[in-house]
Design a binder for this molecule. Structure first.
Ligand SMILES: NC(=O)c1ccc[n+]([C@@H]2O[C@H](COP(=O)([O-])OP(=O)(O)OC[C@H]3O[C@@H](n4cnc5c(N)ncnc54)[C@H](O)[C@@H]3O)[C@@H](O)[C@H]2O)c1
Ligand SMILES: C[C@@H](O)[C@H](N)C(=O)O
Length: 375
């Protein structure tokens, strides 16, 4: 059969292949001479694919692990899979408590060879890709956000596909925009975000799902709400105020909010977020009717959060000084998130609503100060 006809038959088969019967990357590489990256000839699909025993005891790499979420996730995964089976990585220098709590390695996601070396040398089977520039810092440096969030993601997808990794990439409420339904926002609807962050996350969702269908990449993605944590700082997003209020309330009894009092956004306590991540990574593939899910816990406005915080610290004074960039972003994001598919498919259920969230935050950071104020 002429070469062109062989190629077109292979391409046609690949395009028609259902999700579960998709072509392994190595097969696609061999037959149609196309690779997301050049894989050395003779690469063997079975060699790269994840065996059952490997999925039972994964070896995990977390990129961008020194941000708000990575250290907490490493702690959770290490408890479950063992300290040495979870490697944190970042381009920043780790604080000494993090450095001494388990394996840490330098990894710049823009350096493809470095990433591949880490995955190969450490026999990585799960990759949790946390590196990103968030919404507000992304608008302040669009070229860098484009490089890290889009070019970096391409490196991650190719590495994961070539080495048969299970890949988790978080998306966000920021993947929706002003033309999306906002109250509630379902999994599938118009997505036309107006930030480079949102655009890059829609791109990540689509590329991950495409690699899943085209190459069988085990891509899993959750759209996180704004995440609230006590012992880690947010990295420059629109929802950061909901963390800052606790620290300022405890430190000075005053908080200046950069969003309007009635700006309603979906939010989640970090423990719920990290547990959801582990649960979706462990979910049997047949329970996942989709590869990108909304997850939700609560929605509130700055005014509602302040009222709840004032139940603990009645003297807290809240003023408003609007940051117009962040306000415009928040006004284009979901007010409520519909996560019915996550609840039905793999049993997602949040533990923390607003009162438990506030109580827990103060248990972590507030008790000393309340004692100080009372005396
Ligand atoms: N925190 C939230 O509220 C939230 C909500 C929705 C989605 N998410 C997503 O979850 C992930 C983690 O969020 P986070 O809050 O921990 O982010 P963060 O901004 O706190 O941390 C991101 C990390 O990426 C690292 N990084 C930047 N450039 C890099 C590069 N070239 N190579 C490797 N690492 C690099 C940074 O050093 C930083 O430590 C992100 O993808 C984010 O989009 C977070
Ligand atoms: C919502 C989320 O993606 C992030 N906290 C931000 O505000 O940019």
């Amino acid at each position: 059969m002429p070469v062109v006809r062989v190629l077109s038959k292979v391409v046609k088969q690949a395009l028609l292949a259902p999700a579960c019967g998709c072509q392994p990357l190595a097969v696609a590489v061999r037959n149609i001479s196309f690779s997301p990256r050049q894989v050395t000839s003779g690469s063997d699909a079975s060699f790269h694919s994840v065996s059952f025993s490997e999925t039972a005891h994964p070896k995990v790499l977390i990129t961008g692990g020194l941000g708000q979420l990575g250290v907490g996730l490493a702690k959770l995964l290490r408890k479950r899979f063992g300290k040495n089976n979870v490697i944190l990585s970042d381009i920043r220098k780790p604080p000494s408590n993090v450095f001494h709590s388990g394996p840490f390695i330098y990894s710049d996601i823009l350096d493809y060879k470095n990433l591949r070396e880490i995955v190969v040398n450490n026999r990585i089977t799960w990759l949790v890709h946390y590196s990103a520039l968030l919404s507000a810092v992304g608008e302040a440096n669009v070229p860098l956000a484009r490089a890290v969030n889009i070019t970096g993601l391409h490196n991650i997808l190719d590495i994961a596909a070539e080495h048969g990794l299970r890949l988790f990439v978080p998306s966000t409420i920021g993947a929706f925009g002003p033309t999306s339904p906002r109250n509630p926002t379902p999994d599938l609807c118009v997505q036309r975000p107006r930030t480079i962050y949102g655009v890059s996350k829609v791109h990540a969702e689509l590329m991950g799902e495409y690699y899943h269908h085209r190459y069988g990449l085990d891509f899993r993605c959750l759209r996180y709400p704004g995440i609230i944590s006590a012992d880690s700082q947010p990295g420059g997003g629109t929802t950061d105020y909901a963390v800052q209020i606790f620290h300022d309330a405890v430190k000075s009894g005053k908080f200046e909010c950069n969003l309007k009092p009635d700006t309603q956004l979906p939010m989640m306590y970090i423990d719920d977020c990290l547990r959801a991540t582990l649960e979706v990574m462990e979910a049997p593939a047949e329970t996942l009717s989709m590869r990108t899910y909304n997850i939700n816990a609560m929605s509130f406005t700055p005014e509602e959060l302040a009222v709840e915080v004032q139940k603990q610290l009645p003297d807290l004074q809240v003023t408003y000084n609007i940051d117009h960039v962040r306000q415009a972003i928040a006004d284009s994001w979901p007010m409520n998130f519909d996560d019915i598919n996550a609840r039905n498919d793999w049993g997602w259920k949040h533990d923390y609503d607003l009162p438990e969230l506030v109580q827990t935050m103060f248990n972590f950071i507030g008790s000393d100060s309340r004692i100080a104020q009372a005396s």
